[in-house]
Design a protein around this ligand. Structure first.
Ligand SMILES: C[S@@+](CC[C@H](N)C(=O)[O-])C[C@H]1O[C@@H](n2cnc3c(N)ncnc32)[C@H](O)[C@@H]1O
Length: 217
């Protein structure tokens, strides 16, 4: 996806109190960043952060971190979080943003430090030669294995049937068990609890079905 650069976004992100700067310093010590020992859940590739902002509002008993590798996108998530905090007259202390690539996960988290990983509408990388860039690829599942708790799970939602079918095969090949699967999430009773992402709203609004799986080791 080609992104339009927004002048000043790097400085904006570098100075934002909503961003965890130098996140590697917290490896093994995330309770120090949050000031409590609540479980830590991550969304990888959060985009503008609609999903994780809403989740952190609903669940003050959980700490959330949103990873986004592009400053241009992250800046929008920060601005929306700050607008919500202003409207609610309260800061969202259980939510932090990281401007990093998911490849760095084991340098940021100690083994067993993450309770759950959310992958929402991840880039499909349709070319076979790019399959290892997919966030559900064996390469990334290995990284998740390094940082998740023993009971930790990966939850993946997408509208992309090809990526979903590929993930249903490749995730078990990486030694994971798929414990939940649906090809039409919004038709299931559990959709009542579902928090929609920006992409999910867009695609389901066009009538596209949303697929979801949950995997554990
Ligand atoms: C298609 S968008 C989906 C955004 C959001 N999750 C949603 O559902 O609305 C995917 C996002 O993931 C980010 N991303 C892709 N690969 C990433 C990686 N390896 N590390 C961090 N972010 C990544 C992209 O920059 C992009 O903003």
């Amino acid at each position: 996806m080609r992104l339009r650069h927004i002048p000043g976004c790097e400085q904006f992100v570098a100075e934002s109190p909503s961003v965890v700067h130098d996140p590697m310093q917290y490896k093994g010590h995330w309770q120090e960043y949050f000031g409590n020992d609540h479980p830590v859940e991550l969304e990888i590739g959060m985009g503008k952060g609609k999903f994780i902002r809403e989740l952190s509002r609903r669940h003050p008993e959980i700490n959330f971190l949103g990873l986004e590798r592009y400053e241009t996108v992250l800046m929008k998530a920060i601005k929306r979080k700050e607008q919500e905090e202003l409207a609610e007259d309260a800061s969202r202390k259980n939510l932090g943003f990281l401007c990093v690539d998911a490849n760095l996960l084991p340098e940021i988290f100690a083994p067993g430090e993450v309770a759950k990983i959310y992958l929402n509408f991840s880039d499909p990388w349709p070319k076979t030669s790019h399959s290892q860039r997919r966030l559900t690829s064996p390469r990334f599942m290995k990284l998740y294995d390094q940082v998740l708790t023993k009971e930790g799970v990966v939850e993946f939602k997408t509208d992309n049937q090809g990526l979903f079918a590929w993930s249903l095969e490749s995730i078990p090949e990486s030694g994971w068990e798929i414990i939940y699967v649906t090809h039409d999430l919004h038709a299931q009773p559990e959709a009542a609890e579902n928090v929609m992402t920006e992409y999910e709203e867009k695609f389901s609004g066009r009538g596209q079905k949303i697929c979801k799986l949950i995997a554990r080791r």
